[in-house]
Design a binder for this molecule. Structure first.
Ligand SMILES: *[C@@H]1O[C@H](CO)[C@@H](O)[C@H](O)[C@H]1NC(C)=O
Ligand SMILES: *[C@@H]1O[C@H](CO)[C@@H](O)[C@H](O)[C@H]1NC(C)=O
Ligand SMILES: *[C@@H]1O[C@H](CO)[C@@H](O)[C@H](O)[C@H]1NC(C)=O
Ligand SMILES: *[C@@H]1O[C@H](CO)[C@@H](O)[C@H](O)[C@H]1NC(C)=O
Ligand SMILES: *[C@@H]1O[C@H](CO)[C@@H](O)[C@H](O)[C@H]1NC(C)=O
Ligand SMILES: *[C@@H]1O[C@H](CO)[C@@H](O)[C@H](O)[C@H]1NC(C)=O
Ligand SMILES: *[C@@H]1O[C@H](CO)[C@@H](O)[C@H](O)[C@H]1NC(C)=O
Ligand SMILES: *[C@@H]1O[C@H](CO)[C@@H](O)[C@H](O)[C@H]1NC(C)=O
Ligand SMILES: *[C@@H]1O[C@H](CO)[C@@H](O)[C@H](O)[C@H]1NC(C)=O
Length: 250
């Protein structure tokens, strides 16, 4: 191998290594660590917070729970930017939600009956209130979240760990309009925003489903309409090509 080949090989290997590093999630957080939790529930029907810890996992995805995340298939149990939602029908319009995301303010899940957000869409909000989760139900009218206290929710739990907010709750979701079947089908969104002086800033979306998805169907596929980034699979392939290229140059 002449010096130029050696140099090119080194450059290619370094690129492959960096690409792999970028893909790896930060795993320094112990998935078993129990986070302190203290929930303030604002306008909810049943404000009883049960267990003191919240740990949101992917174990039931596709089994008993519908899951969606951005980036797709990110692990909510690890540190780093992962916006994750899972849902499970308990009965009829009653759905349990597990929400995890990154924010200094709040994270939220929105249920829209059409593919346009903001027509007074039902929104469930978990805010970081001085290190404790404060829960709100709200309506999204255009880009403004208005807190309302009449949406039925109970069993709220939550925890804040730095910028990571996790919360779980049970909600009686509104009946999706007659155009949707079944009644638990919605366009699903995950967003974050600021929470200052008890005011919720406009939400910034990280996921908005391309189709209405049935929150009661663990096997429903959620495609993120906002995500134009290449999939993890394509990325893996490009890494393999880089390494192959490096090996061929030996
Ligand atoms: C990984 O997460 C830990 C704990 O949250 C943090 O201290 C560290 O800076 C992170 N490392 C990277 C490379 O993001
Ligand atoms: C995490 O918890 C499970 C079940 O309690 C246990 O089997 C496992 O060894 C724990 N892992 C770590 C890294 O502590
Ligand atoms: C929650 O916070 C309140 C007041 O800050 C405290 O009295 C209570 O013991 C805390 N509960 C838990 C479960 O940490
Ligand atoms: C849904 O939950 C509410 C509040 O917990 C309860 O009153 C209602 O009976 C439940 N509905 C069904 C169909 O289970
Ligand atoms: C919302 O999440 C993004 C991506 O993790 C982050 O850059 C942004 O600071 C978050 N917004 C707030 C208000 O914390
Ligand atoms: C949302 O609800 C408010 C209050 O009921 C109403 O004034 C507003 O017109 C509604 N917006 C939409 C888009 O339906
Ligand atoms: C409130 O939620 C707790 C925990 O899920 C439950 O034990 C309790 O029965 C509920 N109370 C009412 C009035 O629904
Ligand atoms: C949807 O709601 C309507 C009206 O309450 C009811 O008749 C119908 O059975 C529900 N459909 C499903 C699939 O639950
Ligand atoms: C929050 O309230 C403080 C004190 O009342 C005020 O100085 C600050 O401008 C407010 N911040 C926002 C974002 O409204």
């Amino acid at each position: 191998m002449d010096n130029i080949s050696r140099l090119m090989f080194a450059v290619v290997m370094a690129m492959a290594y960096m690409a792999m590093g970028a893909e790896a999630q930060n795993t320094t957080m112990d998935p078993n660590s129990t986070m302190a939790s203290n929930v303030t529930t604002a306008p909810v029907v049943n404000t009883t917070a049960t267990a003191p810890t919240v740990e949101i996992l992917t174990a039931e995805c596709g089994n008993s729970q519908l899951c969606a995340s951005e980036p797709s298939e990110c692990n909510p149990a690890l540190a780093g930017s992962c916006f994750f939602i899972s849902t499970q029908q308990t009965s009829g319009q009653n759905i349990s939600f597990q929400l995890r995301g990154v924010s200094s303010g709040y994270i939220a899940v929105g249920l829209s009956t059409d593919n346009k957000q903001g027509g007074n869409d039902t929104t469930y909000v978990c805010a970081n209130n001085n290190g404790k989760v404060k829960f709100f139900t709200a309506l999204l009218d255009n880009t403004v979240l208005t807190i309302i206290s009449t949406l039925p929710v109970n069993s709220v739990k939550g925890s804040v760990n730095g910028q990571i907010i996790q919360c779980t709750f049970s909600a009686t979701v509104p009946k999706a309009t007659v155009t949707r079947s079944p009644n638990t089908s919605f366009y699903l969104s995950i967003s974050n925003g600021t929470f200052m002086n008890d005011t919720l800033g406009s939400p910034k979306n990280f996921l908005f489903s391309k189709e209405a998805v049935d929150l009661a169907d663990p096997n429903a596929k959620v495609t993120n309409s906002l995500n134009s980034a290449p999939s993890g699979h394509a990325f893996g392939l490009s890494q393999a090509l880089l390494i192959l290229l490096g090996v061929m140059m030996l």
